[in-house]
Design a protein around this ligand. Structure first.
Ligand SMILES: Nc1ncnc2c1ncn2[C@@H]1O[C@H](COP(=O)(O)OP(=O)(O)OP(=O)(O)O)[C@@H](O)[C@H]1O
Ligand SMILES: [Mg+2]
Length: 230
């Protein structure tokens, strides 16, 4: 049976995908390709010679599924601290939907991205600690990833409102699924870059208590102040 998503409102949108709460299970999220930016559009935008690659190469859902499956097999339960569980695909009217764990705060709200948290509050001691914990985990386990971006990491809050953990919800894989040694060095580079990105964002935000307008829409949920709905 095909799940009807067209009628529903997504809770977030990235550059490539729309994210919906799974109507069958509020603890799960379904990601589909953006209908206004198809795989063919993405390939076209790439230019020569990247545009010679097969369409599947541009498919984040396919890649995320592949990488999460390998990683959960390789690392087991400890992965759950910083990566979502993956529950395979569901057929939807917006194409194949990847089902993953939806990260929610202790109060039930969908967790905000690290980008939003940094923008709203700056680098608080608990946030700084959480970034350190994630970075050590990434390097120790040699997790293969593309760039670690603050809008692809969500910050889960505990019952006291403090940050509980950071979960990487996008940007996994592509290279490095095979090795361990090399992948540690690669992971170290990615973590270094993340620290740099955090500093850049904080510099853009300025030192004051009330930051200006949030830069871009990446990392905003639709119930915040994201611009026009798709
Ligand atoms: N499992 C999840 N739990 C909570 N929020 C999530 C989850 N997955 C995605 N989100 C939210 O949805 C937004 C968009 O999702 P995602 O990053 O997967 O889309 P994308 O189009 O692949 O992104 P990109 O523009 O980086 O390619 C995220 O920035 C985040 O706010
Ligand atoms: Mg993303």
């Amino acid at each position: 049976m095909t799940l009807n998503l067209t009628e529903r409102a997504p809770f977030a949108r990235g550059g490539n995908r729309l994210c919906f709460v799974d109507p069958a299970d509020r603890r799960r999220c379904i990601k589909v390709r953006r209908p206004d930016f198809t795989l063919a559009d993405r390939r076209r935008k790439k230019g020569f010679p990247g545009n010679l690659r097969p369409l599947s190469w541009f498919d984040d859902n396919r890649e995320e599924h592949r990488v999460l499956t390998v990683l959960w097999r390789r690392h087991g339960a400890l992965l759950g601290a910083h990566l979502p569980r993956c529950h395979g695909f569901v057929d939807t009217d917006l194409g194949p939907g990847l089902i993953t764990e939806l990260i929610r705060d202790a109060d039930g709200a969908i967790s905000q991205t690290l980008k939003k948290v940094l923008w709203d509050q700056g680098l608080t001691p608990s946030c700084s600690r959480a970034v350190g914990v994630l970075g050590r985990f990434w390097i120790e386990q040699g997790i293969p990833s593309r760039d670690l971006l603050p809008h692809n990491i969500v910050a889960q809050r505990g019952a006291d409102g403090g940050l509980r953990r950071l979960v990487v919800i996008d940007g996994l894989g592509r290279a490095g699924l095979a090795g361990t040694r090399g992948s540690r060095a690669a992971a170290r580079r990615k973590v270094g870059n993340l620290h740099q990105r955090i500093e850049d964002l904080l510099a853009l935000r300025g030192a004051g208590p009330s930051p200006g307008a949030f830069p871009g829409y990446h990392g905003l949920l639709f119930h915040d102040d994201a611009p026009e709905r798709p």
